[in-house]
Write a protein that binds this ligand. Structure first.
Ligand code: FPP
Length: 274
């Protein structure tokens, strides 16, 4: 049961948005490409890393809103395999911010029954990052509420390639027949195997790209792009994204309900010329 007062106080603009939402039709899984930290800092004549620091506050707000709305899953794209190309100092600050965030938040996550997890090649991360991640994973392992995933050292294509390799190994070992490889078999070998596919993909800062994020899983996701830069993204913007999602008609390659009724209706009687 959602406590509306916990999501947005009565009389606020956020509450007005929340009141327009159909709480029975929320997406189960929302994925977010957090973008615009650098531009946020540039506009303020600050170093880029200050944008990332401010972005960590937006992470907190978004996790809180998603959990209070009772979503099943929230996945945030924090670091792609391509992000290693950034200046060393920026990469190191990003991971320091992540460690600080986990150190500050892991108890709150556990207290709110939020299960933390990582999607991506965690083995490619520095030891101190892996131990901070391990602590949060352990602290929330018994939680059964929202699954909060952070994509780190993540690449959608690499994830699909890894799944293909794992299938090939099973075939080579005689545990699997090639005919048994279907979409479900691939999906079971992805990082998100036990999660529903994202229904909604949000991207901040106005860029119209999916940037190698959850390529398999977003096949039918609705996409909401907001011009808001990630450090400014707050519950109001999250609620706006959810409202936008509810205005969409999801057809999964079929036709709309109205059109399907037209298609199955008996032909209209011919109109005779008077
Ligand atoms: C994109 O902005 C943002 C990132 C690559 C990193 C996101 C990381 C955080 C918000 C820090 C903490 C993370 C967690 C999970 C606590 P950009 O630098 O590409 O912005 P630009 O396109 O304006 O340059």
């Amino acid at each position: 049961m959602i406590d509306k007062n916990l999501v947005a106080a009565p009389g606020t603009p956020e509450r007005a948005l929340l009141d327009q939402l159909d709480l029975a039709r929320l997406p189960r899984h929302v994925a977010v490409i957090m973008d615009g930290n650098g531009r946020w800092a540039k506009r303020r004549h600050l170093p880029r890393v200050e944008g990332h620091r401010a972005g960590a506050a937006a992470v907190r707000d978004t996790v809180e809103t998603a959990a209070r709305l009772g979503l099943d899953a929230l996945t945030l794209y924090a670091f792609s395999t391509e992000n290693w190309k950034r200046p060393k100092a920026e990469v190191s600050t990003l991971f320091t911010l992540l460690k600080e965030y986990l150190g500050r938040e892991f108890r709150t996550l556990a207290e709110n029954d939020i299960r933390f997890r990582v999607v991506g090649r965690a083995e490619g991360l520095d030891g101190s990052v892996r131990s901070a991640l391990g602590m949060a994973l352990e602290a929330t392992a018994g939680c059964h509420g929202m699954v909060f995933s952070v994509a780190l050292n993540y690449s959608g294509r690499a994830e699909i390639a890894d799944a293909a390799r794992s299938l090939a190994r099973e075939v080579a070992a005689g545990r699997l027949r090639p005919e048994e490889i279907d979409e479900a078999a691939v999906a079971r070998r992805l990082y998100t195997a036990d999660l529903p596919d994202p229904d909604l993909l949000v991207r901040t800062s106005g860029e119209m790209r999916v940037s190698n994020f959850l390529l398999w899983q977003i096949a039918y996701a609705e996409i909401h792009v907001t011009p808001v830069l990630w450090p400014d993204f707050r519950s109001r913007h999250f609620l706006e994204a959810l409202l936008d999602f509810q205005r969409r008609e999801r057809r999964y390659g079929g036709v709309s309900e109205a059109d399907s009724q037209v298609a199955s209706a008996p032909p209209a009687p011919a109109v005779l010329d008077a």
